[in-house]
Each structure stands twice: as C-alpha cells, then as structure tokens.
Design a protein. Structure first.
Length: 115
C-alpha cells in the first residue's frame, strides 16, 4: 500500500482512533506483513524454518518503510532505522532518512525553556 492507501485503510479500521497513524504505525504494519510472508514461506513456526524463510525472502519484499534485506545475522541491510523527533505541535515525526522523513530535523535542540 502507498502511504495514502495505508492512512485510508487505518481510518476505516479505526474510525475512533485518538491519534492518526504515524511512522511507528507504518513500521508495525510492515513488521506484521513481513512476519506473515515469512511464516507462509516457512510453512510452520519452527525457528530454523523461519530463519531460512527470512533469508530466502531477503531482497525480495518491500514494505512502506522500505525494502527488506538481511544478512545471516538478521541485520537489516536496506531499510535504515528511522530517526524520529518530537516536534512542538507535530508530535513524533520521522526526520531521517530523507525518503521517509515528513519534517526536517530541528538542530540544535532548543533549550528546555524555549521548547
């Protein structure tokens, strides 16, 4: 799904949600989608089968947050961990990497009495 499709699906699923979907919501959805594909490929929940399926799917799946690719240790290779920042009036927003950022980072961080 695109971001717009995800937001629309989220609103349909959770019409009374107190907060709109954010980047963490998208990451959680992506993790669930990856887990589903890994379990389907493995055919069971045996740890060795899951690891093999995870490696077999590496480089072949993409979720909203980016491409899924891991090495033998499970280290993520193509989807850098996002950096989020709590911004006044905007809440917690992704500020890096640029392809998923929704705001520019505020740097240097203002003094506590100026936030």
């Amino acid at each position: 799904m695109t971001r717009e499709q995800f937001a629309a699906a989220y609103d349909r699923q959770f019409p009374k949600a107190e907060f709109p979907p954010d980047f963490q919501t998208a990451l959680a959805y992506g993790a669930g989608a990856l887990t589903e594909e890994i379990v389907k490929k493995a055919g069971n929940t045996d740890a060795a089968a899951l690891k093999k399926a995870s490696l077999d799917l590496s480089g072949k799946l993409t979720v909203m947050a980016g491409p899924y690719a891991i090495d033998e240790t499970g280290k993520q290779l193509l989807m850098p961990f996002p950096v989020v920042q709590l911004l006044p009036g905007k809440g917690m927003v992704p500020v890096w990497p640029e392809d998923v950022a929704t705001q520019k980072p505020v740097y240097p961080t203002p003094d506590w009495n100026k936030r």
